[in-house]
Write a protein of this length. Structure first.
Length: 111
């Protein structure tokens, strides 16, 4: 039980206090490399201007306002239309993408 409490605390701290719907160095900030983010900087067609996010294997690895998508081997991305993708930049829009564990959902993506 003690290990579960410690792991839960580490996850909350690890997410850097990401507030739902906010763009920050955990999820959504523009970046050029990993040093610009709390976790990882994703770049390329799906991530115009760079995108700070968290690697994931399932939705449980992501903050509550994101889903684990199959891009780049598993990355947490904002769900839309709940999140206005235009806040991320002009090259971002709501697109149907594959989830890491199967199925599709609309998330903010480039390209």
């Amino acid at each position: 039980m003690r290990a579960l409490v410690i792991l839960s605390a580490l996850f909350v701290v690890g997410c850097g206090g990401h507030d739902e719907g906010e763009i920050d160095e955990v999820i959504g900030a523009t970046c050029a490399n990993d040093r610009d983010c709390d976790f990882r900087c994703y770049t390329g067609g799906d991530f115009p201007g760079g995108f700070c996010s968290v690697s994931c294997a399932s939705d449980n690895d992501c903050p509550t306002d994101t889903y684990c998508m199959s891009e780049s081997g598993g990355v947490c991305m904002f769900a839309c239309p709940a999140f206005d993708c235009r806040r991320l930049g002009r090259d971002w829009s709501c697109r149907d993408r594959s989830r890491q564990n199967g199925g599709n959902i609309e998330v903010c993506s480039g390209g």
